[in-house]
Design a protein around this ligand. Structure first.
Ligand code: NAP
Length: 288
């Protein structure tokens, strides 16, 4: 399958990327097994890895996932993937709390540069708006970090259409990372998908197979299972291929803590759903 652009950034990636979160949060695999998952994803053709400073157990463990990715890539002989990271949350006691103050974002970006072992972060995403901080102040800090060369491209996450428009007035936005899967279809309901298409912004679909704790719903879905059986693939691949077929700006980033999940998800890039499959899925999962 053809590579997809990350907005107007000039970066192009294989259409399914690796969501690295399950490698570092509660229930994470051993470091050796986690590195195997990263290598298996790259071997299977993925060229985008999504990480964040807060993919870790709690505030004492910040940067775990970024350090893991850096270690995996130091042992990887193939082409360098695009590594996208995020700042703007904290993990007090393991909770997920927005933290969009300029000082926090600046400190987080410096720490991510160090953890990833790079001079510039290819794609730095604001993890979430912080209701206690003016949105323009958080985005403005990312714009400053970009001017300073610490960030190449800016992305947003967990944002509305209004926030996307407001951010674009401050700095070019390459990507939006919002929850998006065949079972929930939020970006169709809230207009974010259309906004991304209109503004040439990549929509990195997080929780693309139902979410970290919700992926079992994909395996249990009768319409997905029916198509999967017809094509001889997993229902996860069907869910990902459906997303890929819905819009050229969509780039799903399925998470994996096991090699088999990562490789199976990568195979969705080669899956062509037939008109009969698409008709059945559109009837079961309408987007309007
Ligand atoms: N920006 C945000 O606020 C935000 C929030 C959540 C996630 N994310 C990002 O988005 C990524 C994806 O979201 P997510 O991990 O929450 O949810 P997800 O990708 O919908 O589900 C992940 C879980 O589904 C299972 N899975 C995935 N592909 C599979 C396959 N082909 N076959 C069988 N099982 C499969 C994995 O199981 P195993 O663990 O057993 O391999 C994994 O733990 C995260 O890793 C993270 O990078 C961002």
């Amino acid at each position: 399958m053809d590579f997809r652009p990350i907005g107007s950034s000039g970066l192009r990636v294989a259409p399914v990327g690796l969501g690295a979160m399950p490698l570092s949060i509660d229930g994470r695999p051993s470091e050796r097994d986690a590195i195997r998952v990263v290598h298996a994803a790259l071997e299977a053709g993925m060229t985008l890895i999504d990480t964040a400073d807060v993919y870790c157990l709690d505030d004492r463990d910040i940067g775990h996932n970024e350090r893991l990715i850096a270690r995996a890539l130091s042992e990887w002989k193939g082409a360098r993937p695009v590594v996208a990271t995020k700042g703007g949350l904290e993990r007090p006691g393991g909770a997920w709390v927005p933290s969009g103050r300029p000082e926090h974002l600046r400190h987080a970006c410096e720490a991510s540069l160090k953890a990833l072992g790079v001079e510039t972060i290819a794609l730095y995403q604001l993890h979430s708006p912080d209701p206690r901080v003016p949105f323009a102040d958080s985005v403005g800090t990312l714009a400053e970090l970009r001017r300073e060369g610490k960030i190449e491209h800016v992305g947003l996450s967990n944002v509305t259409v209004e926030e996307i428009r407001a951010a674009r007035r401050i700095v070019p936005i390459a990507s939006v990372q919002n929850r998006c899967n065949i079972l929930d279809r939020q970006p169709w309901l809230d207009g974010v998908l259309v906004a991304c298409e209109q503004e040439t912004i990549a929509l990195l679909a997080y929780a693309p197979v139902g979410g970290h704790r919700g992926s079992g719903r994909i395996a249990e879905s009768a319409p997905l299972r029916a198509v999967a059986e017809r094509r001889g693939v997993s229902p996860y691949q069907v869910a990902l291929a459906w997303l890929l077929g819905k819009s050229p700006v969509l780039i799903p980033i399925p998470g994996a803590s096991r090699v088999t999940s990562a490789v199976d998800s990568a195979h969705a890039m080669a899956l062509r759903l037939e008109p009969v499959d698409l008709a059945a899925l559109d009837a079961a999962f309408p987007t309007r």
